[in-house]
Design a binder for this molecule. Structure first.
Ligand SMILES: *[C@@H]1O[C@H](CO)[C@@H](O)[C@H](O)[C@H]1NC(C)=O
Ligand SMILES: *[C@@H]1O[C@H](CO)[C@@H](O)[C@H](O)[C@H]1NC(C)=O
Ligand SMILES: *[C@@H]1O[C@H](CO)[C@@H](O)[C@H](O)[C@H]1NC(C)=O
Ligand SMILES: *[C@@H]1O[C@H](CO)[C@@H](O)[C@H](O)[C@H]1NC(C)=O
Ligand SMILES: *[C@@H]1O[C@H](CO)[C@@H](O)[C@H](O)[C@H]1NC(C)=O
Length: 534
């Protein structure tokens, strides 16, 4: 009897992803983020309070689902009961009317009026969020894959039924229709959609749903194959979601799936690019950035930073000891997801892969291409020069709208190390096309369809060592020399919480430098910036 018992126990121990088997860094990420989430939990209502503080104690759905996963992973005291309560609440708030565009997604918060009622219009990415199907749906799948034996049969069935609504509702999405923007190029939700459809289809023997997931995955893969990069490229937040999704592709689908076949390849290539762009001394991913919620990863929470915490330790990541005080802190609620999947993802990467992230080894120039149709009319070309104290990244593009798909592209990013901070200078997009040529210490910018009204506006860090700037000469730790056919007399402004002509961006106060063209200008506007760190 005894050997049998032992086998049983050891099977149970290996089927549950339990914190005690994780590395000390992953355990710390898990423990710290859960401690913070515990403090934000309202057991009476079975939801987390909204993690954006000062929301008059309203609750929030998506982070509650992430917390439920954390509770199951921890499995102490009444954790499992609380998780079941949250799961019941989240699913109770799922939209179940199949005729509505928001069918299958989850209400954003339980106090919300009925979406689409006379005084509360249905507004995509506002009163309802189409991507929450993917965020909550993937979390539910991890729960079923890793922790179903902790859950009652009723809760397991409830989750599976909810996932069917999620998968069908997500199939309503079509980029360019009804205000939706889900194209296969919108990498992070596209990857989640394909996965949820492929997984739920197999689980429920719905061949149509399975092949819908596979077909969508193949569109994502075909795009990836063009450039060996995700269309939504280099974002400290969203690359973190995409590698999460690719980990699901690689881990929870059978061998006959295009996702399980290509997931590991895409994961590896995506991480290879990250390894080139990560600057261990600056603790930043160098630019250009497709989308960002801040300008220095040491001051805002990003999902990539949570992965770095898992693999490099918190001190080597860009997070401070109290991540909940940083900008964009609600993303700290990703802690449990990252912890639960950290070992799973690492299995798809080479042994000791993360050693190369620990020290800045050599000056280098990284090049890549990325392609995000239909917004990109041509493949984008990205170049990033990395040195010990200075990085310069730029991208050439030709797009259908200013600022790219999400309007938050930072096409030229310079970062450097001063005595007191990681400084940044980034170009505000103002034209649909830009050519950026990066070489050591230098970037040459031109607007191929520019004219006399063209502008080059940069936003730059505030400096602890010099609080009041009158111009570029006062930037700390660097000298910057502009040249070109611009009007050399640029305009300086300040963006502050309490004053200055402009308002902060992503909560970062900044200085703005804007070059215009001489009056009566004709030709291609061109600006060269040369940098030297002091
Ligand atoms: C479902 O939504 C449609 C369109 O908004 C509405 O006309 C219908 O009454 C709803 N059905 C139910 C059962 O609420
Ligand atoms: C099959 O799946 C597609 C895409 O998800 C969906 O549009 C279609 O309605 C489904 N058909 C059936 C019969 O379920
Ligand atoms: C993508 O490229 C891989 C080779 O790396 C190939 O096996 C696969 O069939 C390609 N898939 C698509 C959809 O283009
Ligand atoms: C990027 O480079 C390719 C050649 O490799 C070129 O065809 C394309 O037009 C370039 N894109 C832009 C926006 O300049
Ligand atoms: C952008 O691409 C379109 C379509 O290929 C082309 O007509 C246009 O000339 C390009 N713009 C620039 C500035 O290269």
């Amino acid at each position: 009897m005894l050997p049998y018992l032992w086998v049983l126990v050891s099977i149970c121990a290996t089927t549950l992803a339990t914190p005690s088997s994780w590395s000390p860094d992953v355990q710390q990420l898990f423990g710290d983020s859960m401690k913070w989430l515990d403090m934000n939990y309202d057991s009476k209502d079975g939801y987390l309070y909204d993690l954006n503080t000062q929301e008059a104690l309203r609750h929030e759905t998506r982070s509650s689902a992430w917390y439920a996963l954390g509770l199951l992973a921890r499995n102490e005291n009444n954790d499992v009961a609380e998780a079941e309560k949250i799961i019941g609440n989240v699913i109770g708030g799922q939209f179940k009317n199949t005729t509505q565009q928001w069918y299958g997604t989850y209400q954003k918060y339980p106090e919300e009026p009925e979406v689409g009622s006379p005084l509360y219009a249905a507004k995509i990415y506002s009163s309802w969020d189409p991507n929450w199907r993917g965020f909550v749906g993937t979390t539910f799948i991890i729960i079923l894959e890793e922790y179903s034996e902790l859950l009652s049969a009723e809760t397991q069935q409830l989750i599976l039924d909810s996932l069917v609504h999620t998968a069908i509702g997500d199939s309503y999405r079509n980029g360019g229709q009804n205000g939706d923007n889900l194209y296969p190029s919108y990498s992070n939700p596209a990857i989640m959609r394909a996965f949820v459809s492929g997984w739920v289809g197999r689980k429920t023997n719905d061949q149509n749903m399975t092949s819908a997931g596979e077909t969508y995955a193949n569109e994502i893969i075909a795009l990836f194959n063009k450039t060996d990069t995700l269309s939504e490229f280099n974002s400290a937040t969203y690359t973190g979601v995409s590698v999460f999704g690719l980990t699901l592709w690689s881990s929870y689908l059978p061998e006959d799936s295009a996702m399980s076949q290509m997931g590991p390849v895409m994961l590896q290539k995506t991480w290879d690019a990250i390894s080139q762009l990560w600057h261990p001394t600056m603790k930043n991913m160098a630019g250009p950035w497709d989308r960002t919620y801040g300008y220095d990863m040491n001051r805002y929470v990003s999902i990539m930073a949570l992965w770095f915490w898992a693999y490099l330790g918190r001190d080597a990541s860009s997070l401070i000891n109290q991540p909940h005080l940083m900008s964009h802190s609600p993303d700290y609620a990703w802690g449990p997801l990252v912890a639960v999947l950290a070992d799973t993802q690492a299995k798809h990467l080479p042994d000791n892969f993360f050693n190369q992230f620990k020290t800045f080894d050599k000056e280098r120039t990284f090049t890549a291409q990325a392609y995000y149709p239909p917004y990109d009319l041509e493949i984008r070309n990205l170049t990033t020069w990395m040195s010990e104290k200075l990085t310069i990244g730029g991208m050439s593009y030709n797009q259908t709208s200013v600022g790219g798909p999400a309007g938050t592209t930072n096409p030229v990013v310079v970062q450097w190390i001063t005595d007191q901070e990681i400084a940044f200078l980034t170009l505000r997009p103002s034209e649909k096309a830009l050519q950026a040529e990066v070489s050591p210490g230098k970037v040459v910018l031109s607007y191929p369809s520019g004219n006399a009204d063209s502008k080059f506006q940069f936003i730059a860090t505030t400096f602890k060592g010099r609080k009041t700037l009158a111009g570029i000469k006062h930037m700390q730790g660097i000298s910057m020399t502009p040249s070109g056919n611009i009007n050399m007399a640029y305009v300086t402004k300040f963006a502050g919480d309490n004053g200055g002509e402009l308002s902060p961006s992503n909560t970062f106060e900044y200085w703005s430098f804007t070059w215009s063209m001489p009056s009566g200008f004709t030709g291609v506007p061109q600006l060269t910036l040369e940098f030297e760190v002091s």
